[in-house]
Design a binder for this molecule. Structure first.
Ligand SMILES: NC(=O)c1ccc[n+]([C@@H]2O[C@H](COP(=O)([O-])OP(=O)(O)OC[C@H]3O[C@@H](n4cnc5c(N)ncnc54)[C@H](O)[C@@H]3O)[C@@H](O)[C@H]2O)c1
Length: 511
């Protein structure tokens, strides 16, 4: 197995959606004849799968279950301009999707400002982008921005569960070749990406990836085409990890931008977004009253810090577990008790993992939890809580709500497991559009930078977004808050050794 394939075996289609439990197979082996109708039917596994509690839920009833049983690949659909260069669940749902996109635009000031500022210059003119990301109202705003900046795009979903069908329909109706629907099979998944890559008279020259799957497919199945790519922009932890591995193995033949580790993404997505969404996730799924509850949070990185701040703010008694003395000291100085999980496991009301590690909460821990303890994960995949260890004959699983399972011990004790251990905020809440605006603006700028860079600026390696662009992304969002930046005087700029236009911090600055 190649290194990349090995990663896929370990990895997930997307750490963002945290639905890593579907097997990942080699794209070349599954992208074949489309008429394997049995495989195209959605299996019951997909139908019973609980889906993201995103805004789609309010109108998801608009697609009938009968219709859901027919694979979009077996339907003949055309948009109102007569194009059939797309594959979505139901093109007729486009009006719902358009409304969703318009709502998202209101809360995505940065990416909309970029659209306005750069649409005359068209910095992405002649860019042909294969996109593989979640397809929802927020990413639709990104896709339409890239088109406004001059790019021609083809798009597939990076996750088989997360597509907002109505939004995919709206994009297809507007003429975007979108190949995605909620509840794709594994084979559909690779077929959709293939439909974006392997097109007559259209040779992609950029990849925007979330999880590395478009990159993986092109590298494995179309190596000659891959060599023509000018740049890859990757958003996820998993995808970035794969890129670094490819680079290390000397197999990365094009420059790539690691957007995941840009400052604006890490701080806003991990810290501020999680600070808000942990409360919403717990409230929506369990109706819990927070005041006075004892909560243990495993991991005091950006995500752990956000969660603990929010829960403390609502009156919870928060404990932290950490392996790193620096983060443990930070937690202590922030007023949290740093403990080993075993010290508090019998008494806490809520256990939250946010480490990015595996088996942080084991069956042994869960055996000790008290009746009614809520267990959930905010980390990138479903490995943090050993959920498989709960699938034993002595325990009974009772689904009480979408994304909420009671796991019942023989003596009647039950724990409340959220989202089967996948990312609870993406399963039970929604990502604030504002945060996605920051990430999207970062992605768009990374594409612009790689596409327009003079030859030689970027070699076949993985790069971070230049600091100045990170600062630009932040500045695009400041008008929302009517925030007024102080300008350096000439004297001050000289004294500090800075350019008055930035960058204002060295690369090693930690914010
Ligand atoms: N839910 C979301 O929306 C969301 C958003 C961003 C990132 N993430 C994911 O959340 C995870 C954490 O992200 P982060 O930015 O906080 O990372 P981070 O590296 O800053 O923090 C993780 C912390 O966990 C600690 N840790 C590791 N193993 C541990 C263990 N066994 N017990 C206790 N502590 C342990 C580490 O020392 C570190 O301080 C990652 O997997 C990331 O991909 C989730």
């Amino acid at each position: 197995m190649s290194e990349v394939a090995e990663n896929h075996a370990l990895g997930t289609k997307s750490d963002l959606a945290g639905v890593s439990d579907s097997p990942i197979t080699d794209p070349a082996s599954v992208v074949k004849d489309t008429k394997t109708s049995g495989a195209l039917k959605k299996s019951s596994r997909y139908r019973t799968r609980s889906l993201s509690a995103s805004s789609t839920d309010s109108y998801s009833s608009s697609s009938s279950s009968q219709e859901d049983d027919v694979s979009p690949r077996e339907k003949v659909q055309k948009n109102s301009k007569g194009s059939s260069d797309f594959c979505v669940r139901n093109i007729n749902q486009f009006e719902f999707g358009r409304r969703e996109i318009e709502i998202a635009e209101q809360e995505m000031p940065g990416i909309m400002a970029l659209r306005r500022r750069a649409s005359d210059d068209k910095p992405l003119r002649n860019a042909k982008i294969v996109g593989c990301t979640h397809i929802n109202a927020q990413t639709a705003v990104l896709i339409e921005t890239l088109a406004a900046l001059g790019a021609s795009v083809r798009w597939a979903a990076c996750n088989i569960y997360s597509t907002q069908n109505e939004v995919a329909a709206a994009l297809a109706e507007s003429g975007f070749p979108v190949f995605a629907w909620r509840g794709e099979t594994e084979e559909d998944f690779w077929w959709c990406i293939d439909k974006c890559v392997n097109v007559e008279n259209w040779q992609p020259n950029m990849i925007l990836d979330d999880g590395g799957d478009a990159t993986h497919l092109m590298l494995k199945k179309y190596p000659a085409m891959f060599k023509m790519i000018k740049g890859i922009v990757e958003e996820s932890v998993t995808g970035v990890h794969r890129l670094y591995q490819l680079s290390k193995a000397g197999k990365l033949t094009v420059p790539a931008m690691n957007v995941n580790d840009s400052v604006t993404k890490t701080k806003f997505d991990n810290l501020y977004s999680c600070r808000e969404s942990i409360l919403d996730s717990l409230k929506r799924s369990t109706d819990i009253m927070f005041g006075g509850k004892q909560v243990v949070i495993c991991g005091y990185g950006e995500v752990g810090k956000g969660c603990s701040q929010a829960l403390k703010g609502l009156g919870c008694i928060v404990y932290i577990t950490e392996i790193d003395p620096i983060c443990a000291l930070q937690a202590s100085m922030d007023g949290f008790r740093v403990v080993k999980l075993n010290e508090v496991i019998r008494t806490v009301d809520v256990v939250i993992t946010a480490t990015g590690n595996k088996n942080v909460v084991t069956r042994e821990h869960m055996d000790k939890m008290k009746n009614g303890c809520i267990v959930c994960n905010m980390g990138h995949s479903n490995t943090e809580i050993d959920v498989n260890s709960l699938r034993t004959p002595d325990l009974t699983w009772e689904k009480v709500r979408s994304q909420v399972d009671h796991v019942i011990w023989p003596d009647g004790k039950r724990i409340i497991l959220l989202a089967e251990g996948r990312l609870v905020n993406l399963s039970c809440s929604s990502l604030p559009s504002f945060v996605v605006s920051i990430t999207s603006a970062t992605q768009a700028l990374a594409l612009i930078e790689l596409f327009n860079a003079p030859p030689g600026r970027y070699k076949s390696d993985v790069y971070l977004l230049p600091k100045k662009m990170d600062e630009y992304v932040a500045s695009l969002h400041l008008p929302t808050f009517d925030a007024h930046l102080t300008e350096l005087s000439d004297e001050q700029a000289k004294y500090m050794g800075l350019n008055k236009a930035g960058p204002f911090k060295p690369n090693y600055y930690r914010y």
